[in-house]
Write a protein that binds this ligand. Structure first.
Ligand SMILES: Nc1ncnc2c1ncn2[C@@H]1O[C@H](COP(=O)(O)OP(=O)(O)OP(=O)(O)O)[C@@H](O)[C@H]1O
Ligand SMILES: [Mg+2]
Length: 485
């Protein structure tokens, strides 16, 4: 649950394989510590003290002699434990690399095939596996030295006892009975000695894992509710204002957005156009706080969005990201993701508005058709329309479509936009697009250029300006004419 709350940049900078490794190996290593790691010491401590006490009472000299190898056991455990700890770390890291590789290859299978890179990927994976194998082997070697060494040391202590005890018996200083009892106590000590080494090992592995887990837990969600949050805000209206907003991506050298001043009145439609990389997606990502501004502020209904509880803020925003993501679940469930309480009827309505309903009618199990790995694969445009249905299902006060109509033909686009207009009456819409046909009817259009607002106005005003927008329009008009020829 902590991982789910981490901000977007965290996931962009952390390989999935690392997170998967933490979730499996590290957690089980820590679990070993709190289970057997605590149970065995408690259990064996009792045996240890009792046996030692009885041995001392029987013959303290012999006891001390028998215990001579003990410090060596401690040292061996300490030293080997350290080596094992290091090798364990190295192996864990290799495991992270391996899982990242496997994960990328499976989800990127399409690209791998298209570029005929199967051989290359197999080779890469083989190398990574081989590394993992070697690291495991080194770890196993270190671990395998541990046990024989311990048995030798334990055996040594037994030999000393038999030899010295035997002499005592011969000399009549000790009865055979006492020696037998002594041997029994000593054998009772063997398990605690072994458990000691084993538990130390477990603790060391657990500590290594805990350190890595702590690193995740110490990553404070940088975006979330804070002491600035005003919990009395439970609703939003939908007037959005950008005040002198600048934004730089964590890993970027230059600012992505600079000096953005913009007001989007409630109920209006804003369209954003601009060349690729001009900062359109970055700009809208600031509204649901997927990123926080670097400078300036974003306000909704006149309130800084950092004072609005994040759940409230996001609940009222319907966001269709540029890269659609659908889960391996039925279409109905994918749409319901926007509002898990929605009844069937509302799902159908949303599907109707986004024009996915007519496609769904042709699917084998209609809305129950499974998507992804266990079901059918949708076309790019179908995915986009499913995403739009998901966003409008929650009847958002603010709807953001980031290039969400790019894979839809102009005819379907027109009817989606028309239905959206009546659905979004009184609500705020932000539409990012590359096609003029998508944006021309918006109340206001802004042109982003290199992170700044270069032009703004209505379609007609922008055409009259003869700037970037007019140029785009001319070009697209020409393309259309060519198509019609
Ligand atoms: N996560 C990120 N980390 C660092 N830089 C980023 C990140 N995302 C985007 N950028 C950079 O920010 C700039 C703006 O990107 P953005 O995605 O906002 O552009 P865009 O206008 O939406 O482009 P497109 O039309 O291609 O979708 C680009 O130069 C990009 O390289
Ligand atoms: Mg974009």
């Amino acid at each position: 649950s902590h991982i789910q709350r981490l901000p977007l940049p965290y996931f962009q900078n952390t390989p999935t394989g690392d997170l998967m490794a933490h979730a499996t190996n590290d957690i089980s290593a820590v679990r070993n510590v709190v289970g057997p790691g605590i149970m065995y010491p408690a259990d064996t401590l009792m045996t240890l003290t009792m046996s030692l006490a009885l041995m001392f009472v029987k013959d303290w000299q012999l006891t001390l002699l028998a215990l001579i190898p003990m410090p060596f056991v401690s040292y061996a455990v300490y030293y080997l434990g350290k080596v094992i700890h290091e090798k364990f770390n190295e192996r864990q890291e290799q495991y992270s690399i391996l899982t990242t590789k496997a994960q990328e290859n499976l989800s990127g299978a399409r690209v791998v095939k298209a570029y005929v890179r199967e051989e290359y990927e197999v080779e890469q994976f083989r190398t990574a596996s081989w590394e993992y194998f070697k690291k495991n082997l080194v770890l196993a070697k270190a671990q395998s030295v541990m046990w024989p060494l311990m048995f030798i040391l334990v055996g040594l202590s037994i030999i000393i006892t038999i030899y010295m005890g035997g002499l005592k018996v011969i000399n009549g200083e000790m009865t055979i009975g006492t020696l037998t009892a002594f041997m029994t106590y000593l054998s009772l000590l063997i398990w605690p000695m072994i458990a000691f080494g084993w538990v130390t090992n477990m603790w060391q592995q657990g500590a290594a894992s805990m350190k890595r887990l702590a690193k995740i837990f110490d990553t404070v969600p940088s975006i979330g509710d804070s002491e600035r949050t005003d919990h009395t805000i439970t609703d939003i209206e939908g007037t959005i204002e950008f005040r002198n907003v600048s934004f730089t991506h964590e890993t970027a050298a230059t600012p992505t957005l600079q000096g953005i001043d913009l007001t989007i009145p409630q109920g209006s439609t804003l369209a954003i156009v601009g060349f690729t990389g001009s900062g359109k997606s970055s700009l809208v990502n600031l509204i649901p706080r997927l990123y926080d501004v670097t400078e300036g502020s974003v306000l909704i209904d006149g309130k800084d969005i950092r004072t609005i509880p994040i759940a409230t803020l996001r609940k009222h925003i319907g966001y269709v990201p540029q890269e659609t993501f659908l889960f391996s679940d039925s279409i109905a469930e994918n749409i319901r993701y926007g509002d898990d309480e929605a009844e069937r009827e509302r799902i159908h309505d949303a599907a109707e508005v986004s024009q996915i309903a007519k496609d769904v009618a042709d699917f084998p199990q209609r809305f129950e058709t499974m998507l992804g790995e266990r079901g059918i694969t949708l076309s790019g445009g179908q995915k986009q329309r499913t995403s739009i249905a998901r966003a409008i299902l929650r009847r958002p006060k603010i709807l953001i479509l980031d290039d969400a109509l790019s894979a839809v033909d102009t005819y379907t686009e027109e009817s989606i936009l028309q239905r959206l207009r009546s659905l979004m009456k009184g609500r705020t819409s932000i539409i990012i697009a590359h096609r003029i046909s998508t944006v021309k009817d918006a109340d206001r259009i802004i042109v982003l250029h290199e992170g700044k607002i270069a032009e703004q106005g209505t379609h007609d005003q922008l055409i009259a300006m003869k700037g970037i927008y007019a140029g785009l329009y001319q070009k697209q008009l020409l393309e259309k004419e060519l198509e019609n020829l």
